[in-house]
Design a protein around this ligand. Structure first.
Ligand code: FAD
Length: 416
């Protein structure tokens, strides 16, 4: 069924009689041309573009839980392409362009909202750094505006402009940035892939990777062996565990990141705002809750839950720019497991095992990358060559020294 306003109306009159599950629940076949491990944003988008762009439909996505149970359904929904370095800008801008046509492309309402992303600056040095970033963006054809204090006040009058410790001097604004409904993104890609013949297999955990003579042959799973010509890993926070099954040691650590949503409010903030003197980002969902987050918990973990000191730290950062937040109640909070690389940038590349491909290292920012992550990974798997937009996101950059250290923080995952 193709979704449209007319179809919705027709179904209302028919009592939703023609409604079907959005994807099938197939049994796994003995073998596929391509097996993607991980039914998160990256895995589902890859399967979708493999089928749509590369005509490969003998593809399975294997997910150990339910589709979208990982970080794709746990993030704070921010999308943007306000990057500085040449290795990152083309990739994230390609993602932004895909976001702009995504809902029409996969015929699903993902609530993509280009409401603007505003990064506050609080000192002269930070203003200069943002001016440099904005110029780099504009040189690559990405929109960027440097606002002074009055420009910020016009957009976000509720912020604390009298704060002596963290004075708001202005902000870098990307108007095309914004938010998207994260789980709907997973569902849209899943539905689109399923309609093109991809098997989406839930409750199927990969427990081993079979390799013979240096070539991948398939995967051992909780539902038996599944043969594969090619295997793509898109398992985010579980990347090091899966790589271990193939005998690979990666420059990645897993860390927990928490997120929060408040009770519902009337419209209060119509763009995404980030704090420049601490790690804090906030937006308002269409239901009215304020959605926000901050830093990693700071220790290695595979647990999807965090600790109280980080919660306190996030709340302090929020209160520093918006004291009124202190009067709100937090409705829910949760954690996700992040695959942090040593330079803060992702990896989309082949591995030393023939036929085994890696999509990982998404750090704080893999949600905004979802469409390009899938597009470029599908290109790599389908054509066996890197997509030009992701050509710098190589695994060997850590050995050759061509790191893409966006924050200039070095090999410290908590600072990326
Ligand atoms: C709290 C939080 C806030 C965030 N906020 C933002 C944000 O605002 N903007 C942004 O751009 N990014 C954000 N991110 C990062 C972003 O969500 C992730 O980088 C991105 O979702 C990771 O890619 P993914 O969607 O493919 O991962 P996931 O959704 O985690 O998918 C990986 C899947 O692999 C499955 N899997 C793991 N092991 C196996 C196995 N052995 N067999 C089968 N399946 C397996 C998992 O169950 C999971 O479903 C945030 C992350 C968190 C946790």
């Amino acid at each position: 069924m193709r979704y449209s306003a007319l179809a919705l109306l027709a179904e209302a009159f028919r009592g939703n009689a023609a409604r079907e599950p959005v994807w099938r629940e197939p049994e796994p076949k003995p073998a596929y041309d391509v097996v993607i491990v991980g039914g998160g944003g990256g895995g589902l988008a890859t399967a979708y573009y493999l089928a749509k762009v590369h005509g490969l439909a003998n593809v399975a996505v294997l997910e150990k839980g339910w589709l979208g149970s990982g970080n794709i359904g746990r993030n704070t929904t921010i999308i943007r392409s306000n990057y500085l370095l040449p290795g990152n800008i083309p990739f994230y801008e390609w993602s932004m362009k895909l976001w702009e046509g995504l809902e029409q492309d996969f015929n699903y309402n993902a609530m993509v909202s280009q409401r603007g992303v505003l990064n506050l600056y609080h000192s002269d040095a930070q203003r200069d750094a943002y001016a440099r970033r904005g110029n780099a963006m504009r040189l690559h054809g990405v929109d960027a505006e440097l606002l002074d204090r009055d420009g910020v006040r016009a957009l976000a009058p509720f912020l604390d402009f009298e704060n002596g410790r963290f004075p708001i001097r202005g902000g870098l604004l990307q108007r095309r940035g914004g938010t998207a409904r994260h789980d709907a993104v997973a569902w849209g890609f899943a539905r689109g892939a399923d309609r093109r013949g991809v098997d989406l297999i839930q409750n199927c955990e990969v427990t081993g990777i079979r390799i013979e003579a240096g070539r991948v042959k398939g995967v051992e799973t909780s539902r038996g062996f599944i043969g594969a010509g090619k295997v793509g890993l898109a398992v985010a926070g579980s990347t090091t565990k899966l790589a271990d099954m193939a005998g690979l040691r990666l420059p990645i650590e897993s860390h927990v990141l928490q997120a929060f949503v408040s009770e519902g409010l009337k419209p209060a903030i119509d763009c995404v705002v980030t704090f420049g003197s601490g790690h804090f980002y906030i937006s308002q969902s269409d239901k009215g809750g304020l959605v926000f987050g901050g830093d990693l918990d700071g220790y290695n973990s595979y647990a999807q839950r965090g600790n109280l000191p980080t919660i306190e730290d996030v709340m302090e950062c929020g209160m520093a720019i918006w004291p009124g937040l202190g009067r709100l109640r937090v409705l829910r909070h949760w954690g996700g497991v992040m695959d942090m690389t040593m330079d803060g940038s992702p990896i989309i590349d082949r591995t030393p095992v023939e036929g085994l491909y890696l999509n990982a290292g998404w750090c704080y920012g893999g949600f905004k990358a979802t469409p390009a992550s899938g597009w470029c990974f599908a290109h790599l798997i389908g054509r066996d060559e890197p997509h030009p937009a992701a050509a710098a996101l190589r695994l060997d950059r850590f050995a050759t020294g061509h790191v893409i250290d966006e924050r200039g923080a070095g090999a410290q995952p908590n600072l990326q």
